[in-house]
Design a protein around this ligand. Sequence first.
Ligand code: ZN
Length: 246
Amino acid sequence: MRYLLVSDIHSNREALEAVTEDAAGKYDRVLCLGDVVGYGADPNAVTAWARHHADITIRGNHDRACVGLEDLEWFNPVAKEAALWTMQALTGENTAWLRELPKGPRAVDDFHIVHGSPLDEDEYMVTTDDAVQSFAYVESPLIFFGHTHVQGGFMWRNADIERIDPMPLQASEMRLQLAPDAIYFINPGSVGQPRDADPRAAYALYFPEESCVIYRRLKYDVAGAQASIRRAGLPGVLADRLTWGR
Ligand code: ZN
């Protein structure tokens, strides 16, 4: 079995299309770590893709917000405006599907997927300190997570924690060989709104038979995604930030 891991697509159709094209033929099952919608201009296209192609999708905070399952008071003004816009743009069918998304963690074979952390779907695991807190709650040595929009993750071995940093800008692939005596939190990165200072779309492949994770980065039609956001009347900052990956 070969897995394609995608997270934080955020209604970016252009980025998602580039990812599926790049990953074509390299996976058997698709796992989506949440935040399918919110921020971008194509909530229906990306939701329809996840509905039809992802074997499991767990919900993210933006998925909840965009279908009325979340108090928008906690969102910043830009995220709130985008959530309200998405709410009216989504078809009834897509809204119904998003409303029923399960909450992480979800077990998949012998590993787990979560949106934020194993303890709390809304928690951001940004620093090694955040990750240390979460290692106490792991039920398998491999957990895929999203939410931070930062590709990489954390590795815990011999009571030592190490950060797995995003790959350099000049690389398009990074291979991680999983050690049998370590625990891993792996973030495939964000498909549609990277925030690790790399504007390229991010995803990961997992090959259990080889104990190997492949991180990928690829250029996509950023200008097209930005034009869609502006055309939709969404806050301009949502278009601007795609240029910088921040
Ligand atoms: Zn997100």
